[in-house]
Design a protein around this ligand. Sequence first.
Ligand code: 13P
Length: 256
Amino acid sequence: MKTYIVGNWKLNFTVGEASIYLHKLMKALPNHRDMEVVVAPSTVALQPLSLQIDRHKMKLAAQNAFYRDYGAYTGETSFLQLSGIVDYAIVGHSEQRYIFGQDDKMIAKEVAAAVRNRIRPILCIGETESERAFGETTDVIRDQLLGGLSEIADDDLEKVIIAYEPVWAISSTKVSKLATPDEVAEVVKLIRKTLVDTYGKKATEKVSVLFGGSVNPSNAGAYLTVPGINGLLIGGSSLILSEFTDIIEVAKRVKV
Ligand code: 13P
């Protein structure tokens, strides 16, 4: 299985800044056989960066897109418009769920639209701090996982990448708010068991599961060695070139 190192730039970098960063990153990128390095810039930067990127070295992801191909949807960008520009798309990120009100039904349509347009969706799931405190983690993870996958055919399961991002561990500066590898292991086990129970063992083996939530060069190794984890989804640390390349180096040591 490939190891995925995905940088989610969120709402950062102008198009010019993104282009300069990409240029530097492609130069600094260590050899990374069996590893897929992906960055997710703002939508406005995707098209110019797609002309600049060397797809043998790395790939682009969208951070979000709308499930209809075209129509009267002011302000939206469709997966159809992004096909040929990106190889991946982040879908159902918690910031889309909680700031912009996306729900599992909409997210399921986005997963299906991505697959339909030959873009691999990275379906993000994760519980909030209060859901964890009230013992609802298992239900939330199951609902978001099966809800998000509900609009695709079983045969398409292997095209979807799952990212576990506990909402309480995102953008955390406090060590007490970091997910421990044991906490991550428990949820990854639950994700894989839920998939096996629903789709069978064989179909599930090819599904990659990533972890995200304040990943940096010092904790990346510990998360990458959690059983069942195939990579990382990185926010803040992916904006700093040296940190992002350090994480790729760690992944090379740990996984390849
Ligand atoms: P941070 O790495 O900044 O916590 O962000 C994680 C994330 O939301 C990636 O999608």
